[in-house]
Write a protein that binds this ligand. Structure first.
Ligand code: ATP
Length: 193
């Protein structure tokens, strides 16, 4: 999966709509301290479904919305659009938007989807909000200190099989519901005899 374009609006320090085209090859982001370099990486993780405010360096999920400065009022929403090219050369546009008091909504190629669907798309492509492909500040030390089970989860994410665990959990939930329905059906049938 290759990121082609990133658009941010009202996200953290990116108050005005900003668009970045990411060409093939190595891309470097340079700038003075506090100019928003880490915010860019956080925008990528956020649009991929990050659900932990702490890993977005915030107290609550709405903290990603531009909070205002002495000269600019706060924004009512934040939106990040990521355009990626998948392994089978398909173009995907994923949008995540959060409005104050209204939570997050996701769209993939213009269609409303659930957070889980977005997380699965990126997990299958061996990337995603918690993928080792995205290394934030302080993360190297965390990888070194990780427990074996955590390290295994990182390897599974890198191998692109993390999505399978989510699907397995879903399948097990459905199986349990079906078993409960069957048991109820047996009871009803017994009542008819
Ligand atoms: P460094 O090189 O020091 O790591 P950086 O270029 O990575 O800096 P970031 O950490 O991405 O910079 O950006 C921090 C800036 O983003 C700070 O000025 C902070 O005030 C601003 N910022 C973060 N969240 C918000 C928000 N919700 N609203 C407005 N500004 C925000």
């Amino acid at each position: 999966m290759r990121i082609r374009r990133l658009k941010l609006s009202g996200f953290k320090s990116f108050v005005e709509p900003a668009e970045l085209r990411i060409d093939p090859g190595l891309t470097g982001v340079v700038g003075p301290n506090g100019c928003g370099k880490s915010n860019l990486l956080e925008a990528i993780r956020w649009v991929m479904g990050e659900s932990s405010p702490k890993s977005m360096r915030g107290g609550g999920m709405e903290d990603v919305i531009f909070a205002g400065t002495a000269s600019r009022p706060p924004r009512a929403f934040a939106e990040v659009v990521i355009q990626v090219q998948t392994a089978d050369a398909e173009d995907l546009e994923v949008v995540r938007r959060i409005e104050r008091g209204a939570g997050s909504a996701y769209r993939v190629n213009g269609r409303d989807v659930r957070a889980k669907d977005v997380a699965l798309i990126f997990a299958d492509a061996a990337t995603g909000a918690h993928s080792p492909a995205l290394v934030s500040q302080g993360r190297i030390a965390a990888v070194i200190a990780a427990k074996p089970a955590e390290r295994r989860a990182m390897l599974e994410e890198a191998a692109g099989i993390a999505g399978l665990h989510v699907r397995r959990k879903d399948a097990e939930t459905k199986l349990r519901a079906t078993e409960a329905n069957l048991a109820r059906l047996d009871d009803l049938m017994a009542g008819l005899d």
